[in-house]
Design a protein around this ligand. Structure first.
Ligand SMILES: *Cc1c(COP(=O)(O)O)cnc(C)c1O
Length: 217
């Protein structure tokens, strides 16, 4: 597939849902992809990218930023507290705020640095042991805790369990966001972004459908 095709499918899904073309952002997830593939997408004019590891992002994005203006980088993977300051330098948006200790560290560093990336709280909608995220029953309290710390919380993020119908998880995420007055919904990947858009996604995170399969070899 390609960026053009994904953008066309995204536009069609937005229009089918009666939504405006600019009501969702496409995050091109470039983790593990070779630089040549990432650069091809930059050359097509795309500027919003996602990475799931701070270290990997630090190794590839400073050089791309020297060549291309206006890059917006999103952290979509787990963040350790000792990497928060580095994450502030690299990322404009962090989608993986998932525990009080991390929220407090982000608040402290935001005060020291005088700025803060936009933040999404990750919800473990499937309550899977191996997955990060706040459990749905703790979500309201955690959102309130983040707001008490003055964190710029824009919305919620989820990664549905692989073997379950994703739309149920998207609907749950949308429900938690709505009752907490949060506009942002980071949900939907290569296999399910159309259904996420139907459920109100404002940020879809699409990797392999744009760049091809990841080669972890
Ligand atoms: C890798 C990843 C994606 C993209 O997955 P694809 O199936 O390649 O689209 C989206 N979100 C998160 C959190 C990821 O880690």
């Amino acid at each position: 597939m390609s960026l053009t095709e994904i953008t066309a499918r995204m536009d069609a899904a937005l229009s089918a849902a009666g939504r405006s073309a600019d009501s969702a952002a496409l995050i091109a997830v470039s983790k593990v992809q070779p630089d040549s593939r990432v650069e091809a997408v930059l050359q097509e004019g795309h500027r919003i990218f996602g990475e799931n590891r701070v270290q990997e992002a630090a190794g590839k994005w400073p050089a791309f930023r020297e060549k291309y203006d206006g890059i917006e980088l999103h952290l979509i993977g787990p963040l350790q507290t000792n990497k928060v300051r580095q994450a502030f330098e690299l990322f404009q948006v962090i989608h993986s705020v998932d525990r009080p200790k991390l929220a407090k560290t982000i608040a402290r560093i935001a005060e020291e640095e005088g700025h803060c990336p936009e933040l999404f709280i990750q919800i473990n909608t499937g309550e899977e042991d191996q997955k990060a995220g706040v459990s749905p029953k703790d979500a309201d309290d955690f959102i309130a805790e983040c707001r008490a710390l003055d964190l710029p919380i824009k919305g919620l993020m989820c990664i549905p369990p692989a073997e379950e119908e994703p739309s149920l998880h998207f609907a749950l995420l949308a429900k938690i966001a709505k009752r907490n007055d949060l506009a942002g919904l980071s949900m939907g990947m290569s296999g399910d972004f159309e259904s996420a858009i139907a459920q109100g996604a404002t940020h879809i995170r699409v990797g392999s459908a744009i760049f091809g399969e990841r080669d972890y070899g």
